[in-house]
Design a protein around this ligand. Sequence first.
Ligand code: NDP
Length: 450
Amino acid sequence: MDPRIQPIFDEVLRRNAGEVEFHQAVLEVFESLGRVIAKHPQYAEVSILERICEPERQIIFRVPWVDDAGRVQINRGFRVEFNSALGPYKGGLRFHPSVYLGTIKFLGFEQLFKNALTGMPIGGGKGGSDFDPKGKSTGEVMRFCQSFMTELYRHIGEYTDVPAGDIGVGGREIGYLFGQYKRITNRYESAVLTGKGVGWGGSLVRTEATGYGTAFFADEMLKTRSESFEGKRVLVSGSGNVAIYAIEKVHQLGGVVVACSDSSGVVYDDSGVDLELLRQIKEVERGRLADYAERRGSSSDYRAGGNIWSISAATRIDVALPCATQNELDETDARVLADNGVLAVAEGANMPSTPEAVRVFSEASVLFGPGKAVNAGGVATSALEMQQNASRDSWSFDNTEQRLVEIMRGIHERCATTAEEYGEPGNYVLGANIAGFTRVADAMLAFGVV
Ligand code: NDP
């Protein structure tokens, strides 16, 4: 790390003790910024780096709710409003038992650069709770969401902070959250949340956007080596929102996704994952991947507790799309993928590769797209949803998807040209970090010390 930046990072470690994911996210950005500070000393003169690591506001609140047995349950709610230099705070809500302040801060920090990369007028924020939706009844999920929004409503708004979904928060949860917001405020403010149902203010393509965008970005990376998805064999980890639509678009682009996973195991399906069956089980029945293998029959193989990346040691894999969760792909996994000839890795999830894994890909000249660029199609389409809400309009699927394609091409271009400008062509990590940072930093410079 640049010696001018090291003390700032040391201070981040000191002030945010124990928040290891947040440290990791800051480290990854700081490692890219030495050359920027050398070229633009004005950022250091007014402490932009120090300011950018400190959220503008952090809200932590109690979420009491009553379970089906009549017992009172208590969870912790979070909203970290990280940076509003470019627009209202924007970023999803995550409901997962592992959530603590450090998770939300890492996600919020990533989000502010990601949102900047889209070129759209949105700041960065993130929120969530340690609530575990798994095994809860629909009534319990609804009561939890209502209680969560009973506190959150006072902090959000179309011009202030616009949450959306993330792990554990899909269309059902956004519906309950929006219903409660509307009830408390007596205002139909469509643009206060995104990821809404298409019949009540949502945008076509928002559900598909993060997964589709991931495939579009990977496709752009492949083009730089005169390649495409045609005939490529692909691994997609996870089987949630991002994974399902990444699989769909890869199939439409001519690739074959031969495996996916959940937190319990991995399915290998040599003839290609049957998307219709997967969606039925995951989206309609809210079931597990083990059910997929059981119903698909002999063409698929389920390994409880399996490691999806190790599949590349046994069969040809050309592209890997980690779409599950943070730090799910480590150095050993990266070596197996790289040693067995993977061409490209594009992160549909947020920070799924450990720093050591990223180093392995870079040393092996594997095309590597970082999450803050690759998965930005989700938030970009949320911004398109806000545009439609503001103009009381709704756009067709094709029109919206075309906008997404153009946005993803633009992000790819921004990362690629910035990496080239800073002397490392093909380094998307460097390109994404610098392009995202400079857009936010320039706005912060213009605003003075605020
Ligand atoms: P979902 O809750 O819809 O799906 C998450 C998937 O990942 C589930 O299949 C889950 O399995 C699986 N998973 C979780 N932990 C592990 C693990 N340790 N090993 C293997 N699989 C695991 O979430 P999303 O698809 O929305 O989000 C996935 C990632 O994409 C997250 O990093 C999120 O932050 C990021 N993202 C999402 C966006 C969106 O628009 N939804 C936008 C940008 C980024 P199980 O059911 O067993 O828990």
